[in-house]
Design a protein around this ligand. Structure first.
Ligand SMILES: [Zn+2]
Length: 314
């Protein structure tokens, strides 16, 4: 089964888009009569997600069901509108919650789809699937530090820009679980690499890591993939040093006059054996093909545009 238990009230559902496991995870938080699903994954994982949700909710008294998005990228919010429509047809009440800047793109995903085709290319966009539009009454902006009240469980929204300007992480209270979407890293079996595609803001991403740290979570989770195998603070420190390691590699390369992403990526591959292992395990599929290289490009573009302002890690 594609369901794992993270804590008393939090489940990890592997959406297995195109049948591929451990690429895109979403997190279900179950409270009293209400549940929040953090992210819905890609359209191509919707069937698996529905199956998992039905088995988790079948014997519960859940009537209200919200979908809180970390951000609107296709691998996080792509299936949200279709999923909510299905659940409403089955008698649930609920809304999609997203950063205010994301609302219009969830309501009408035409522009989002067009930019996915342009930025990712047709193969990768199709591998995730085209999102459906939804009536605006079912989508609302989530505020920074807003508490979503599920009775015995609360979910706190934290604006965490960097990966995307509209990124939101969520803290589940009292479970002390941080559901961080793409604010931190790609994870595979205790190895990490940054998840920093252009237009990436390293300064904001580092602040966002600190913001999550202030909440002192015990358990830290990411979308791609799963629960990080270290205690809260250690997990966040490891993520931060990985980001800084890549940042330093890129800065040194730029100082030597290298600006070609392929050339700089070769140095990363030489200096960071973790990424080579993650790529071998994770990138042999149409959804995340070249995702490490794209993350390198995000950092390189950031360094090139801010060269005169040295980055100060907070
Ligand atoms: Zn993602």
């Amino acid at each position: 089964m594609n369901i794992g238990r993270v804590s008393d009230h939090v489940y990890l559902i592997d959406t297995e888009p195109l049948g591929i496991p451990q690429l895109i995870g979403v997190y279900l938080v179950v409270g009293e009569g209400r549940a929040v699903l953090i992210d819905a994954g890609a359209m191509t994982g919707l069937k698996n997600l529905l199956k998992a949700l039905r088995s988790l909710l079948s014997n519960s008294n859940i009537k209200k069901f919200s979908i809180a998005l970390t951000h609107i990228h296709l691998d996080h919010g792509g299936a949200a509108a279709s999923l909510l429509k299905t659940l409403i047809n089955e008698g649930y009440e609920g809304k999609i919650l997203v950063h205010p800047r994301g609302v219009k793109h969830v309501v009408n995903p035409a522009k989002l789809w067009f930019s996915a085709l342009t930025v990712l290319g047709e193969e990768r966009a199709d591998a995730m699937g085209k999102p459906e539009p939804i009536d605006p009454e079912y989508v609302r902006g989530v505020k920074d530090s807003e508490i979503i009240d599920l009775g015995n469980v609360k979910v706190k929204a934290l604006y965490t820009p960097g990966h995307a300007p509209h990124h939101v992480a969520y803290i589940v209270i009292p479970d002390s679980v941080a559901v961080t979407g793409d604010a931190l890293a790609i994870h595979h079996e205790g190895k990490l690499h940054p998840v920093t595609p252009p237009p990436f803001r390293a300064d904001l991403a580092l602040k966002s890591i600190e913001r999550i740290k202030e909440e002192r979570p015990n358990v830290v989770t990411v979308s791609h993939y799963g629960v990080l195998p270290w205690k809260g603070e250690e997990a966040l420190e490891r993520v931060k040093s990985k980001m800084l390691q890549w940042f330093n590699i890129v800065e040194n390369a730029v100082r030597k006059g290298l600006t070609d992403p392929d050339e700089v990526f070769k140095i990363v591959l030489k200096e960071d054996p973790e990424v080579v292992k993650i790529m071998a395990a994770r990138e042999n599929n149409p959804i995340f093909k070249n995702s490490a290289r794209t993350s390198l490009r995000g950092i390189l573009e950031y360094v090139l545009t801010t060269q005169k302002r040295p980055m100060k890690p907070s």
